[in-house]
Design a protein around this ligand. Structure first.
Ligand code: BDR
Ligand code: CA
Length: 311
């Protein structure tokens, strides 16, 4: 059983990652922490509670985190995720209380309690993780690792940007936070656009239709969440669920280790995850990120199908 903290900005694909996480006996979610990203923090936090209540989870603390990025101006992705952040879904207003601890408090508390048994999973901008590291610089050596959905590493033909030509949204939204995290020494596994937008690992229209044809309450939610994006983009990129799947079963994934840094100030390249590939410059000890470069498609898509089908 892997203990995780889920740091998130829900978000349509975040919602699928919730469904996957809470339907996976391999995982124990210790806390959900929220961060501004796809939608503003208030909406994202409310969405996290809505999703937990939908899933019948009442005993997992849900904690508020950063409402703005460290330095850059706040922006969102409502054109993709819809006004509420959860597509066309209409989940009831949540009743559950927010835990009084902040995201940083609970991350540091659980790291002390669980040490190397704890994996941090960040599927939104890295603001909370950066602030936790600034608050306690020993955090990186305490936990097992940080798995992120983030980055466009140019390691596959699909590893180009979605927020600009070269940057992935989560890193682009708060590049300074990402830079702190990438340079902190915390072991990082990055699931980036290189594999999440790879056509072989996306949810095809047919796969989506097969799932929603089951017509139960979970697949009805999946339908309301994803239908519009499936139509607009001829299928659905499983960004955040792919990061969650890595934790559930890393044997489906191939990674390569690189030294990666983050561009914060480029006029055209803000948020770019810059991979050092010059052989004569690569010092093995400096490699700081295991980047996912390949996924066993049938096993990965099979896991998604099985766990988000509500049966
Ligand atoms: C990432 O950005 C967000 O819009 C998604 O939720 C995902 O975490 C993909 O670039
Ligand atoms: Ca997200």
């Amino acid at each position: 059983m892997k203990h995780i903290i889920l740091d998130t900005d829900p978000g349509i694909d975040d919602a699928l990652a919730f469904i996957l996480a809470f339907n996976s006996p391999e995982l124990k979610v210790e806390a959900v922490t929220t961060v501004a990203g796809n939608v503003n923090h208030m909406k994202g936090h409310r969405n996290a509670k809505k999703l937990l209540e939908f899933l019948g989870i009442t005993d997992v603390p849900v904690c508020e985190g950063a409402v703005i990025p460290l330095i850059k101006k706040l922006s969102h992705a409502e054109e993709f995720h819809g006004k509420t952040g959860l597509g066309d879904s209409e989940l009831p207003e949540p009743m559950m209380a927010t835990d009084p601890r902040s995201a940083v408090d609970i991350i540091l508390e659980k790291a002390n309690e669980l040490g190397k048994e704890l994996t941090l999973v960040a599927i939104g901008p890295l603001t909370n993780i950066a602030v936790a590291i600034l608050a306690n610089p020993t955090l990186p050596e305490k936990v097992d690792k940080l798995v992120i959905m983030g980055g466009a590493f140019n390691l596959t033909p699909y590893g180009h940007g979605n927020a600009n030509s070269v940057a992935e949204f989560n890193i682009w939204l708060d590049p300074e936070a990402a830079k702190i995290v990438f340079n902190s020494g915390i072991p990082i596994v990055a699931v980036g656009l290189d594999t999440t937008t790879h056509p072989d690992y996306r949810m095809s229209r047919e796969m989506f239709e097969g799932i929603v044809s089951r017509g139960n309450r979970t697949t009805d939610l999946v339908n309301d969440l994803c239908k519009d994006l499936v139509e607009r983009f001829n299928g659905f990129s499983l960004h955040d669920p792919q990061a969650m799947a890595y934790i559930i079963d890393p044997t489906m994934f191939t990674t390569e280790k690189y030294k990666v840094d983050v561009e914060c100030s480029g006029e055209l390249t803000r948020g770019m995850t810059v991979v050092e590939r010059r052989l004569y410059r690569i010092v093995k000890d400096e490699a700081n990120v295991d980047v996912v470069v390949k996924v066993e498609a049938s096993r990965f898509l099979g896991l998604i199908k099985e766990r988000i089908s509500g049966e």
